[in-house]
Design a protein around this ligand. Structure first.
Ligand SMILES: *Cc1c(COP(=O)(O)O)cnc(C)c1O
Length: 402
């Protein structure tokens, strides 16, 4: 197995992101295949018993078992690390496996975490339900306010955990301000960057220590597989994350890694077009609905901040209707092109009612505190012609009297 430019990572690491997305991390077998090979194997054979012993002892490089290493998964890990500008990356079976591993691998009973209020529903379950079960306390703050992290920090605070843009209210966290404040206190930052991906925003450029992904979303981008990834320093990945993931086993399958590798080849193209489409659809909706949360629109209170840390504002936004759940469900039911679906980052346009789906498991008072009202709808804008999406939304809004 050879890398596209031999073993010389000093050449590949100077490539620009769109090039990395197509070629970064590629290893070729003796057949010289252009597309990455799919290694569906659980184990590896050794030339002699001594080699097996040397590999287990870490004295010989090479793979031993696919819970620990796999060539296809490794290509994906290299590619994501190069896109992210991170020293190292490890892939996981899902985004939630990535978030769980990123937190649990470095926390112990007695530690304290400060987390952003507007988090993905299952991430809020981690901070509010799982961590406290193991004696790890969490304080939830409004992550739009950098000072709130400082005010919530105590001696035992080990991590600040947040996402930006945040699901589904599209709150923006000031990456540089928050990461600088954390560094100054010796606290690590863990950023869930699933909404933006490294194609639009690289949290490490602003000082983040660890980024974690649901690669299910824009990285696959075509709604096919579940996958996740954690990026950080080589020291963090090798000495903290790997002991956790190797022994608990949230491993990404080679097949799913291969699908995400293929997805990354078109990430830059897709996310740029979907961001443009989302702006066009957002401009239309802004005239028809009472409230819209779209960081690409000047009406978003953090519009300037979003543009200062993101290349474009992405395919996802939310909006609110005044008629509560009945009107929100009515609008969904009137759609003819856009699917009712809670996934995001797909090349198809999808719309969901967070209060009754993605945030169903979050207690009502917490939902309201997060801005997930009964009239809130979240839209993922795909690669369809935006004029067709606008036609569909227009006829659906007419039907519910908006
Ligand atoms: C989807 C999502 C996750 C969870 O990822 P899965 O791949 O579904 O496990 C975590 N964070 C954010 C922001 C997400 O959108």
């Amino acid at each position: 197995m050879k890398r596209t430019t031999g073993q010389d990572r000093s050449i590949t690491s100077t490539w620009r992101p769109a090039t990395q997305a197509v070629r970064g991390g590629t290893m070729r077998s003796e057949f010289g295949e252009t597309s990455e090979a799919l290694f569906l194997t659980s184990g590896y054979a050794y030339d002699c018993a001594g080699d097996a012993a040397a590999r287990f002892a870490g004295e010989q490089s090479g793979m031993t078992y696919s819970r620990l290493q796999n060539p296809t998964v490794e290509m994906l890990e290299h590619r994501i690390a190069l896109l992210e500008g991170a020293e190292a990356c490890r892939a996981t079976a899902t985004g939630m496996a990535a978030m769980t591993a990123a937190l649990l691998c470095q926390l112990s009973a007695g530690d304290h975490v400060v987390a952003g209020r507007a988090l993905f529903g299952s991430c809020r379950w981690l901070t509010d339900t799982l961590l406290p079960k193991f004696g790890i306390a969490t304080t939830i703050v409004d992550a739009r306010d950098a000072q709130a992290f400082v005010d919530a920090t105590i001696d035992k605070t080990k991590l600040w955990f947040f996402e930006t843009p945040a699901n589904p209210t599209m709150d923006i966290v000031d990456l540089k301000a928050v990461c600088d404040l954390a560094r100054a206190r010796g606290v690590r930052t863990v950023v869930d960057n699933a909404f933006a991906t490294p194609a639009l925003q690289r949290p490490m450029d602003f000082g983040a220590d660890i980024t974690a992904y649901s690669a299910t979303k824009m990285m696959d981008g075509q709604g096919r597989v579940l996958a996740g990834a954690v990026c950080g320093t080589e020291d963090f990945i090798l000495n903290e994350l790997l002991p956790f993931t190797r022994n608990t086993g949230p491993t990404l399958s080679a097949f799913n890694a291969w699908v995400v590798l293929k997805g990354l080849e078109t990430l830059d193209l897709r996310i740029r077009r979907q961001s443009e489409n989302a702006l066009e659809v957002g401009r239309f909706l802004e005239k028809r609905v009472p409230r819209i949360n779209h960081p690409g629109l000047p009406s978003h209170p953090q519009h300037d901040l979003a543009l200062s840390q993101m290349a474009m504002t992405g395919p996802i936004f939310s909006f609110e209707v005044d008629g509560g759940r009945a009107q929100a469900h009515g609008l969904l039911d009137a759609l003819e092109l856009i699917d009712i679906s809670n996934n995001i980052g797909d090349s198809r346009s999808l719309m969901t009612h967070p209060a009754s789906t993605t945030h169903y498991g979050v207690a009502e008072e917490k939902r309201l505190e997060m801005g997930v009202t009964e009239g809130l709808l979240r839209l993922n804008v795909g690669l369809e012609d935006p004029a067709d999406l606008i036609d569909d939304l227009g006829q659906a809004l007419d039907k519910v009297g908006l």
